[in-house]
Write a protein that binds this ligand. Structure first.
Ligand SMILES: [Zn+2]
Length: 292
């Protein structure tokens, strides 16, 4: 029953695999993994519909439809320019706690006329990864609607490698697997027989994402092997019973100067046991308050 292998799954179709390199990511610092572009589209389609209907709403309020600009929404050359060299980038945490970016670029039509192309997109590795929405406008009021959140000075990465594939070498995968098995063994060893049984852990998987997105506490420590480990903890309730959900993550550093950090969950579990929970409050508290 207990496997030493890492388990990853697609957030849309729930396909499980031990091979992280089969998965795609569209957001930085997110553990939402997908098996295919189709599953990415399926997962985010409610958000795509939401922004479409928001646009319809405000355009009809302004009575401003700009049908003459519609062709620009399929102008690949201009879209490419917008995605690689935007004039402005804004970042907001949207209603779903995802970091969503607005990219804006102004284009001249003739000497005294211009319009702006606007996209809402997730970013991965400093590049637009999944576009939720796009529009074109000549109207400042429409433009202002998209300047939400914080204007950022980030620049778009020029690297041509596929932006959304997290590549992990075999050596790191072996390390992750061995870490996973030792962390799992340690946790099961300390686990009380009265706690939620290991066999039921899969019923709690839905708490992983909310714990990562909106934790009560985050602890950071260096483990015995000198690796940086982050522990995300959130108090949760299922069927009126309160429990803690914990996610222990390995901090994978990539890039030429090791400045690209991806958190990879190596252990996640629910617990009813305050003592077990306390065992994981180790290292430096980097988010949250010390609880009584
Ligand atoms: Zn899938």
């Amino acid at each position: 029953m207990l496997s030493n292998k890492l388990v990853f799954y697609c957030y849309q179709c729930k396909k499980i695999s031990h091979n992280l390199s089969e998965f795609l990511f569209v957001e930085e610092d997110s553990n939402k993994s997908f098996c295919s572009d189709k599953c990415i589209e399926g997962f985010f389609s409610p958000l795509v519909d939401y922004y479409d209907s928001e646009e319809k709403k405000f355009r009809s309020e302004l009575d401003l439809h700009e049908k003459h600009l519609v062709d620009f929404l399929s102008d690949d050359e201009k879209i490419d320019e917008l995605l690689t060299t935007p004039d402005e980038i804004w970042c907001q945490e949207n209603e779903f706690q995802d970091k969503l970016y607005t990219l804006i670029k102004r284009f001249k039509i003739d000497h005294d006329k211009s319009f702006s192309l606007i996209v809402l997109s997730f970013m991965y590795a400093d590049k637009p990864s999944f576009i939720l929405f796009m529009t074109a406008t000549e109207d400042e009021r429409v433009l202002e609607k998209f300047k939400v959140g914080t204007k950022t000075e980030m620049s778009i990465s020029k690297s041509s490698s596929s932006s959304s594939v997290l590549e992990i070498d075999a050596e790191t995968l072996t390390l992750l697997e061995s870490k996973k098995s030792s962390y799992l063994a340690e946790m099961l060893d300390k686990r009380s027989p009265a706690d939620i049984p290991f066999e039921s852990f899969h019923l709690y998987e839905e708490y992983l994402d909310p714990t990562m997105q909106n934790p009560d506490e985050i602890f950071k420590l260096k483990d015995d092997e000198g690796d940086e480990i982050f522990t995300y903890i959130k108090a949760q309730v299922k069927d009126t019973i309160s429990f803690y959900y914990l996610v222990v993550c390995y901090s994978l550093k990539q890039g030429p100067s090791k400045d690209k950090e991806t958190l990879i969950p190596i252990l996640s579990f629910p617990t009813l046991d305050g003592e077990l929970y306390s065992n994981y409050k180790l290292g430096e508290l980097i988010q949250g308050v010390v609880k009584n």
